[in-house]
Design a protein around this ligand. Structure first.
Ligand code: GDG
Length: 468
């Protein structure tokens, strides 16, 4: 029987589950049936190269991990993946920091992953590689003679040729992507941007069905939006909203409407503009003062990078200014915390919130938008304010869509959410819930797996190049 091998940069080991269940682990829960293998980095750094693969089993799933040396961690993970690829793929060329040695380390770690993984592979395995850290992995496996079906899914946006070509070695990376059988993206827009890059940078004609031939191999590009398990998230939210933490939050609101933002502390998430928008709301609509309390949970991430340190300082400043200016002795407009909150607790908080403000400058998909909708009380749902530049906006058109660069537009959407009739809230929510309950995590996995599994029917399947 075919075995699924999932590869991601960081493997969430069963022993570490708890406070922070990553979106990837949750999304793949359905695909990872007993018998599957999950391979990647252990999260451990060592001062010297051990070249050991650690293997452990839990609930029938095998977890195989390797450690990275400090030099590999810096060059591969911090500098090239997060310092060059992440800003590039989020249209932030001003933050792109390319260094040829880091790129070398990136390629060399991918080579190491390939060698360690090859030793674990069986002939019928299908391999599903995740995210921008591992773009060259497929080509490295091919170079070692691996002929299994290999798919790649990118969790970030993909950029048009004019942006992509700003990266030194862009063509090498694009060529590496063509070593996969399937290349998946969240939205038709990213899928098209990739095909445009293939045509423009590699001079290859691509079909309207997302297929093209490259060096005797057929590559299939697809759009396959990631989702959540909406029903179980809704049930969790309903239960947790009756619990202790939710009661404490509700009590602290004193009858005011809660606006919530939940993001990794990342410059792609548009947090400074969101904080400025809160000030604009209070300035432009004095009648809304004391009616709203904004809670921003922004769990710290990638703290070793300067761009993230600068972001924290900027947010501290704007939050301080806004609260200094508008707070009253018994009301603070903005609560801002950088500690992570438990996933279950978050679900309850989402249910209490009258609106969620999800305004990334760019985002591959944005699962928070989907979680917020799933968590709502169908009788009295809150309002989703969503950036046009989140992948989720291509599906969630019944949200209040805003330009995240325009603080006044975000402020107006917040005012509209505060004053929206119950009927409009219910109508919008019903449409949004329909999307979230249809495009689930299970569907995401099934669609990708149907392309990845070698079968004669693959050729006849409809290719998801249209918006869903
Ligand atoms: C990447 C892409 C794409 C957040 N704070 C806490 C916490 N979270 C959870 C959220 C959500 C997940 O983390 C974040 O997912 P997002 O999709 O919003 O964003 P990224 O982390 O940037 O994810 C993104 C995603 O991959 C999947 O393909 O959608 O575009 O950038 O589930 O709820 N969870 C807990 N505590 C927190 O404080 N437990």
């Amino acid at each position: 029987m075919t075995r699924l091998v999932v590869v991601s940069n960081r493997v969430p080991l069963p022993s570490e589950r708890g406070a922070k269940a990553g979106g990837l682990a949750v999304a793949l829960a359905d695909a990872l049936r007993p018998g599957s293998l999950w391979f990647g980095w252990s999260g451990r750094r060592t001062s010297h190269d051990t070249r050991r693969t650690h293997v452990q089993r839990s609930d029938g799933i095998t977890y195989a991990t390797i450690d990275l040396t400090d030099a590999e961690y810096d060059g591969f993970y911090v500098n090239f993946s997060n310092g060059a690829l992440w800003p590039l793929l989020h249209f932030r060329l001003g933050l792109l920091d390319f260094n040829a040695d880091d790129y070398k380390e990136y390629c060399s770690v991918n080579r190491r992953y390939a060698a360690a993984l090859k030793a674990l592979l069986q002939p019928d395995d299908v391999i599903w590689v995740h995210d921008y850290h591992l773009i060259p992995l497929g080509a490295e496996l091919r170079a070692l003679g691996v002929e299994n079906r290999i798919g790649f899914f990118l969790h970030t946006p993909f950029v048009p040729p004019a942006v992509f070509q700003a990266l030194p070695r862009a063509t090498e990376l694009l060529t590496a992507l063509c070593a996969y059988d399937i290349v998946g993206f969240h939205t038709p827009t990213y899928c098209k941007a990739f095909l445009d890059c293939v045509t423009e940078c590699l001079g290859i004609r691509t079909g309207t069905d997302g297929r093209f031939s490259f060096r005797s191999r057929t590559v299939q590009a697809i759009a396959d939006p990631i989702g959540i398990d909406a029903k179980s998230f809704a049930a969790k939210a309903e239960a947790v909203a009756r619990g202790k933490d939710a009661a404490a939050l509700r009590e602290s609101l004193n009858g005011r409407a809660l606006a919530i933002g939940v993001d990794r502390l990342d410059y792609s998430k548009g947090l400074p503009n969101r904080f400025i928008a809160i000030g604009r709301l209070l300035a432009n609509h004095p009648e809304d003062r004391r009616q709203i309390s904004f809670l921003q949970i922004a769990a710290r991430s990638r703290e070793e990078q300067h761009a993230y340190q600068r972001l924290r300082r900027e947010l501290d400043r704007i939050a301080g200014e806004t609260n200094g200016r508008y707070s009253e002795f018994d009301w603070t407009p903005l609560r801002y915390m950088t500690n992570a909150v438990k996933r279950d607790t978050l679900a309850g908080f989402f249910r209490i919130a009258r609106m969620a403000v999800v305004t990334p400058l760019r985002d591959g998909m944005n699962l928070v938008a989907k979680e917020y909708v799933a968590a709502q009380d169908p009788e009295d749902p809150g309002v989703l304010i969503l950036s046009r530049f989140a992948g989720a906006a291509e599906e969630m058109t019944a949200a209040l869509l805003v330009n995240p660069f325009d603080a006044d537009e975000i402020a107006e959407a917040m005012h509209r959410a505060l004053t929206m009739s119950l009927q409009e809230r219910v109508e919008r929510w019903k449409t949004l819930y329909g999307v979230v309950a249809t495009n689930t995590a299970e569907r995401f996995c099934n669609v990708f797996m149907s392309y990845l599994a070698r079968s004669d029917t693959v050729a006849q399947r409809p290719v998801l190049l249209r918006a869903i």
